[in-house]
Design a protein around this ligand. Sequence first.
Ligand code: FAD
Length: 302
Amino acid sequence: MNKTDRLRMSFEFFPPKTSEGILQLKSSVDALSLFSPHFFSVTFGAGGSTRDGTIETVKMLQQRSSIPLVPHLTCVGFSRADIIYLLKIYEALGINRLVALRGDLPSKNTPEGEVHYAYDLVTLIREETGDYFQIEVAAYPEYHPQAQSTCEDIINLKKKIDAGANAAITQYFFNSDAYFYFIEECAKQQIFVPIVPGVMPIVQFNKLAHFSDLCGAEIPRWLRKRLASFGNDIESLQSFGLDVIYQLCEKLIEGGAPGLHVYTLNQAEASLALFKMFYENRLFHSTNAIFENEQPVLQNTN
Ligand code: FAD
């Protein structure tokens, strides 16, 4: 077996709100299932805005694909009873892995809830369900925007692991040094669980820039300038963006990252293009059969 075949691949989706969105999600899931990823994760709105949407999406995808489904679960704004209720639903659905998060802070009028930080949520899940769930948590190679210091932020990750988390998925970033320095800092704090880089394909500039500013992911100056220079030429922007993300993934894998978690935004095209480049450059042996036997295509499907 090639060493890259042991890499952990996963794709993230969000609960669609429209019938077109549902069709798009289904065709993306069909196409990406061909890669036999370790799991598909489904996001959860802060304060529960998509609580039902997440559960419904998980159920829909379970019917459609044999790939394990991993719901995200945020705690801010919820009572302990709310969370225990959700855990029971997921157990009944046969889900055995979760991404446990704090979520973004609610507006002033929204109640804070009883579970304040992700490590409190991990503690609650372990208290209520023992070792049943594999728990993933978030990590921030460029540090969480609300962290009091870089050191506090790594200690926060350590608390999540000590509370029982098994692995971490990072916020996306465009500079591989941020990831490798972060891994070194984690090792100094005795954090040795897999820390899987989150990868954001570049498909659009304005939204990416806006979202990156909000979540604290830095777009390096040279990259921001190049992306802005494409203007309305989306095709050239995406082709350049694909090259940038491929090179980032190559550095990450060659530098020892345990896998990749792709933020798909429910669109498979960019992930398919990226995986085709992995195949052409022989980065992952496990993708070979897929591209040699059939070209994954996106279909409008029910
Ligand atoms: P925590 O780990 O609890 O940390 C939050 C902040 O609080 C950090 O700055 C930490 O240093 C600080 N902190 C921790 N403890 C204390 C303390 N005792 N006192 C003071 N400060 C403290 N959001 C969603 O709404 N839905 C999703 O589905 C979702 N999925 C995500 C998936 C991934 C892989 C990632 C990386 C993020 C995701 N997010 C999602 C965003 C996430 O909810 C936000 O980044 C949120 O602001 C922090 O969540 P956390 O779990 O990292 O929080």
